[in-house]
Design a binder for this molecule. Structure first.
Ligand SMILES: Nc1ncnc2c1ncn2[C@@H]1O[C@H](COP(=O)(O)OP(=O)(O)OP(=O)(O)O)[C@@H](O)[C@H]1O
Ligand SMILES: [Mg+2]
Length: 326
């Protein structure tokens, strides 16, 4: 077993005038999960495609499970399981057939292919749909089948590109559980996500990718500590007072205040804890701005993202309907 699951140095990739990756370094020690976190277009899938040998970098080098992606792409493919945004599911085959086929392709016997397929179908709650063609599956079921396909050969390195996008909360929890089990069984995982909560929960190390570059890395706690302080959030009764509230918070906080117009919520990072909260309420009261809800909490990864990029996380809220797909 190599000491590092993934090692990438200086990955650059351009598409026409778009610099999708601008010198990305990544390191995943064996048996750990790296969360590659970033908004749409940050370069996550480009990284995944390079590491899984589907795309050649313009420059830079990478090894996966100790094998060089450029020198021995077949060797890399034998050692990774990939579940991506472009699902490898065959629409005309049933769920069972899809997994059975993959197992056979990996050279497993008929009997072990059958039992591995059944085992994965049950693990991903697809038993009832097992004999139906995948084209009738919902978006969420398809994603679960695709993920199951990546795990057929029990690869030492698993690469998951937004594994829970389009899943309902139950599907998301199932997937998180499976990823946890993979790591317990000794696998290493590269996981891309737009969901801060997902990175927070699953990743040993997080690399924040923005516009083709890694702008921060560390554990979730380390990233939060970088931001420091606490976050004060207020819900304002009348939306007409949001500008006043923003002005008050700008005078109290240690950074730029943020605004969620729909939720009538304003927020800012503060250094003074409860004192800052009391001061904010006092000033708002002087301006006759009614506050209906108040929260003071440790920074979340959302705050980290905001602080790092200077722009609010253009990161969607967790979707609640299965089958929404991409
Ligand atoms: N085959 C391609 N041809 C042209 N441009 C591309 C291609 N693939 C990616 N890009 C561009 O490279 C940039 C990074 O894309 P990438 O798909 O890696 O982002 P991402 O982080 O995976 O985004 P998303 O969250 O939407 O999946 C984007 O600007 C994208 O438009
Ligand atoms: Mg992508």
């Amino acid at each position: 077993m190599p000491a590092t699951a993934v090692e990438a140095e200086g990955l650059v990739k351009t598409f026409g005038s778009t610099r999708a990756l601008d010198g990305v370094d990544l390191l995943i020690p064996d048996g750990t999960v790296l969360g590659l976190l970033g908004p749409n277009g940050a370069g996550k899938t480009t990284c995944v495609r390079i590491l899984s040998t589907l795309l050649r970098p313009d420059s830079g080098r990478a090894t996966v499970a100790g094998v060089d992606v450029l020198a021995d792409p077949d060797g890399v493919r034998r050692r990774i399981g990939l579940s991506g945004q472009f699902a490898a599911v065959d629409e005309n085959l049933t769920g069972f057939e899809n997994l059975y086929m993959v197992a056979r392709l990996y050279g497993m016997s008929r009997a072990s292919s059958r039992s591995r397929a059944r085992q994965l179908l049950s693990r991903f709650r697809l038993e009832e749909a097992a004999e139906r063609p995948a084209k009738g599956y919902s978006g969420g079921m398809r994603r679960r089948l695709d993920l199951a396909g990546a795990l057929v050969a029990e690869p030492p390195v698993v690469v998951l590109d937004e594994p829970t996008t389009g899943l309902d909360p139950r599907g998301r929890l199932d997937t998180w559980e499976v990823i946890g089990e993979l790591v317990t069984d000794g696998a290493s995982v590269l996981l891309t996500t737009q969901y801060l909560e997902e990175a927070d929960r699953l990743a040993d190390t997080i690399a924040v990718l923005d516009r083709g570059g890694v702008i921060a890395r560390g554990s979730s706690d380390e990233l939060k500590a970088k931001v420091g302080g606490e976050r004060l959030e207020l819900v304002i009764e009348d939306p007409i007072h949001l500008p006043d509230a923003m002005r008050v918070l700008a005078g109290i906080g240690s950074g730029e205040p943020s605004l969620d117009e729909q939720a009538q919520r304003v927020g800012v990072l503060v250094d003074g804890g409860a004192k800052s909260l009391v001061e904010a309420l006092r000033r708002l009261d002087l301006e006759s701005v009614m506050v209906v809800d108040v929260r003071l909490h440790r920074p979340t990864l959302d705050d980290v993202f905001l602080a790092l990029t200077g722009h609010a996380a253009e990161i969607p809220a967790v979707q609640s309907s299965e089958g929404a797909g991409e």
